[in-house]
Design a protein. Structure first.
Length: 198
């Protein structure tokens, strides 16, 4: 059963709040509509709208209106922007940082976080994850994958282990390791190459 308080960061009210803050605070120069935010974080419009209202009122976020659209972004001038960003990046950063870095690597078809971080995100109790385990599906260049892992470690403050498997091996999952990965919690990363991005 999903925990009511986030296991990954019990300082926050909900995982939705954590994902929303990660989306906005970790890309502070990008504006998003409420509709885009709801789609990215997987929340309902009313819930996301309420959360945004709270954060705009507290001045963690700013808004700009254009016609019927509201454009939301992080408020870098808020006195707590830096410390809150550090907490959010540490706890929820993998869902934002890893796709951004993997988008620059050719040959990535899919990517998932597995292991202890994915388990905490699914609500399983346990110790703070010491590392982030990433399964990359496809045929990327190994040097580029290692560079992406090093860049992710620098931003997330944890060891990042990237393991590459072919699409065929992932689909068949006839190896004990891959069967275990598929049977345990997984967090799919939304990786878009620059040519696929809107």
């Amino acid at each position: 059963m999903k925990a009511s308080v986030p296991v990954i960061s019990p300082l926050l009210r909900s995982d939705l709040q954590g994902h929303l803050l990660a989306l906005l605070l970790l890309a502070p120069d990008r504006e998003r509509t409420v509709t885009e935010i709801a789609a990215e974080v997987g929340g309902s419009m009313p819930t996301v709208h309420r959360e945004i209202e709270r954060l705009v009122t507290a001045e963690f976020l700013t808004q700009r209106r254009s016609g019927r659209n509201r454009y939301i972004r992080a408020n870098r001038e808020h006195p707590l922007y830096r410390p809150v960003r550090e907490i959010i990046e540490y706890a929820y950063g993998p869902r934002v940082v890893l796709p951004e870095l993997l988008a620059d690597v050719g040959g990535v078809e899919e990517a998932y976080v597995y292991g202890s971080w994915a388990a905490r995100m699914s609500g399983e109790a346990g110790a703070d994850p010491q590392d982030i385990d990433v399964l990359v599906v496809g045929s990327p260049d190994r040097v580029e994958i290692q560079e992406a892992a090093s860049a992710a470690e620098a931003r997330l403050g944890r060891e990042v282990n990237m393991r590459v498997v072919s699409s065929e091996r992932w689909q068949n999952a006839d190896e004990p390791f891959l069967r275990t990965v598929k049977d345990r919690p997984l967090v799919r990363l939304r990786v878009e190459s620059e040519s696929e991005a809107p």
